[in-house]
Design a protein around this ligand. Structure first.
Ligand code: FE
Length: 220
């Protein structure tokens, strides 16, 4: 089976959020899909290990913030590579309240849902939600998962439904040796590939995705 075929499915980049006893929390997600139009229902897939999963069960509602190509990519890191158990993620990301639910103010649109059903898989819960509110927040093209990979050069956290383990590439037997340095973030997998011409990462460099310092980067 060639799992690269899954990459031909199109996905967006979303923050799925809810309330946790009066505090807003959420996680990055790339699996959200519209199931029916009338009544409008949406499904999201959230890993059992994500704190947001437990909070959605308790709250019975969730919001989807649809990130745009111009949304700050740091939002993906804040919501994707930290746990809401011990981080107030919305302290770092501007929050708006829409349909009585917390959403990301810098998203291009939001959808608020009431949970009407759920299905368990071995690793993820699929929450089916009836849409109770939705609107456009700003004019922007929705960020696709391909854009996130190819332009922002981000990776999936291991809890993402679309996570594919990196395979070791076969050693090249011909052609000139690649000399460009690459640095990989040990937290989120972001690859700094030398588009800005420095040999070494500057001491004050921070990962644009997860905001971790230079010390977590390793030379590839
Ligand atoms: Fe990172």
């Amino acid at each position: 089976m060639n799992k690269n075929a899954f990459r031909q499915l199109s996905y967006g980049v979303y923050v799925v959020s809810t309330w946790d006893k009066g505090r807003a929390t959420g996680c990055t997600a790339n699996s959200a899909m519209q199931i029916t139009s009338e009544p409008a229902t949406i499904a999201v897939s959230i890993n059992h290990d994500n704190y947001t999963n437990q909070c959605i069960r308790e709250n019975g509602k969730f919001a989807i913030s649809i990130l745009g190509e111009h949304s700050d990519p740091g939002i993906i890191g804040t919501f994707g590579f930290k746990s809401g158990r011990d981080n107030n993620k919305f302290d770092e990301v501007e929050q708006a309240v829409k349909g009585y639910m917390p959403v990301v103010a810098d998203a291009c649109a939001y959808i608020v849902c009431e949970v009407i059903d759920k299905m368990e898989t071995s690793t993820h819960t699929v929450f089916l939600g009836k849409v109770v509110d939705a609107d456009i927040l700003k004019e922007d093209a929705a960020m696709t998962y391909a854009y996130y990979h190819n332009v922002i050069k981000g990776k999936s956290p291991k809890t993402a439904p679309t996570y594919i383990a990196e395979e070791t590439p076969a050693p090249s037997t011909d052609g000139p040796k690649e000399t460009k340095k690459e640095y990989v973030c040990g937290i989120c997998g972001y690859v700094y590939d030398g588009e800005i011409p420095f040999e070494e990462l500057p001491d004050d460099y921070v990962c644009p995705i997860c905001k971790q310092p230079k010390s977590v980067f390793k030379e590839k």
